[in-house]
Structure formats: structure tokens, C-alpha cells
Design a protein around this ligand. Structure first.
Ligand code: URA
Length: 208
């Protein structure tokens, strides 16, 4: 797990947490914050050497390898993170996963999916702003592995220790990395992250 440690990230997070921050500002700041997190999350992105010519000399640089990395926002709130992620890695492909929780069994499941047919050998970057219990994130990670993904990096704005522990335990031995903007104190009895920022989807899309 990597928890961001940068004053600009903490500054932006502080404004996101503030209940007075309106949706348009919340969306813009989420994008900026995710671009900063994406820098850390893509540290292990697969590249290969390429030879190019500058106006002065031949030199060897790096290019992102095929198959292209896949960015997977989890609907609905993960959509608010997409722009910030593609800003840093515009050549990535984008797939979508919608997760819903069965109100009786409390088990999360996939209700909508738009992913490339073949995920074999793919590096996947899952976007889910709030790592609370970890249930939906874990389901999404499992779904991607079942479809052939080789490694998964989850980018979350905030995480709760309970959710982080649940994900880390369940994915032990697999190539999974968590990148968080901050690790908060705990979950409350309603499943909200404390101190958190409230319901990320409502705050992004103005339904609060
Ligand atoms: N989902 C949210 O949007 N907020 C939380 O605090 C927990 C889960």
C-alpha cells in the first residue's frame, strides 16, 4: 500500500473533506488530486526501450508497452476520477464496471460491464474513491483477475484501515497495489469513512 505524502495532496484533500465545498469545486479538485495520485500509481507501468532521433542525436527512451494499460472506473463515483487519470496517461484504454450491493446478502456483484474481451497480460488501474469495507473493490479486482488481468493497482482518494486490511488479506500473493490519498481513522456504524468526506458520489454529482 502506498499512502500519498505531499502537501499539495493534503491541501486538496482538506478542501474535498470540507462540507461547504460545492460539487463543481469538488469535481475539479478530484481530478487534480487523482492526477497527482496517478503519478505514484503508474510507477510500475510496463515500458520498453525505443530509439529516437532528437534534432541533435540518436537516443534511447521509453514507450508504454502493449497491451495498453486499462483504466477501470467503478460506477458511479469512480467516474469522477477518470479525467484525472487519463490526463496523465492518455494512451491507456478505458473500461467500465458497475458494482451493486445486494441489500439482503450484502454481497457486491457486477451489474454492468464494458471491458475489452481479452484482459490477458493487462495492467489494470481501478478507480474507486472510497475504500470503506473493501467489498466492491475486492469484487472488481477479482472480476479483472478472472478475466485474465496480470496486475491491478487500485487508486482511492481515501481508505479506512478496515477496508485496507480486508483487501490486503484477500489478495495476498497476487500482484495488487493500493494507492491512497490518505488513510483515515475508521469506519462508522453506517459504513462511512471517518473523518472522510461523506458520500463521494453525491458530492461529485450534486445529489447531496
Ligand atoms: N462510500 C462513500 O462515498 N463514502 C464513505 O465514507 C464510504 C463509502
Amino acid at each position: 500500500m502506498h499512502v500519498a505524502d505531499h502537501p499539495l495532496i493534503t491541501h486538496k484533500l482538506t478542501v474535498l473533506r470540507d462540507e461547504r465545498t460545492p460539487s463543481p469545486t469538488f469535481r475539479a479538485l478530484t481530478s487534480e488530486l487523482v492526477t497527482l495520485l496517478a503519478y505514484e500509481a503508474t510507477r510500475q507501468v510496463r515500458t520498453h526501450e525505443v530509439t529516437i532521433h532528437t534534432p541533435v542525436a540518436e537516443t534511447v527512451g521509453l514507450a508504454i508497452s502493449e497491451p495498453r494499460p486499462l483504466i477501470v472506473p467503478i460506477l458511479r463515483a469512480g467516474l469522477g476520477m477518470l479525467e484525472g487519470m487519463t490526463a496523465l496517461m492518455p494512451s491507456a484504454e478505458v473500461g467500465f464496471l458497475g458494482m451493486v450491493r445486494n441489500e439482503e446478502t450484502l454481497e457486491p456483484s457486477v451489474y454492468a460491464e464494458r471491458l475489452p474481451d481479452d484482459l490477458s497480460n493487462r495492467q489494470c488501474f481501478v478507480l474507486d474513491p472510497m475504500l470503506a469495507t473493501g467489498g466492491s473493490l475486492l469484487s472488481a479486482i477479482q472480476y479483472l483477475f478472472d478475466r485474465g488481468a496480470v496486475d491491478v493497482t487500485a487508486v482511492c482518494i481515501l481508505g479506512a484501515p478496515e477496508g485496507v486490511a480486508a483487501v490486503e488479506k484477500a489478495v495476498e500473493g497476487r500482484d495488487v497495489t493500493l494507492v491512497l490519498g490518505a488513510l483515515d481513522e475508521r469506519l462508522n456504524e453506517h459504513g462511512y469513512i471517518v473523518p472522510g468526506l461523506g458520500d463521494a458520489g453525491d458530492r461529485l454529482y450534486g445529489t447531496a
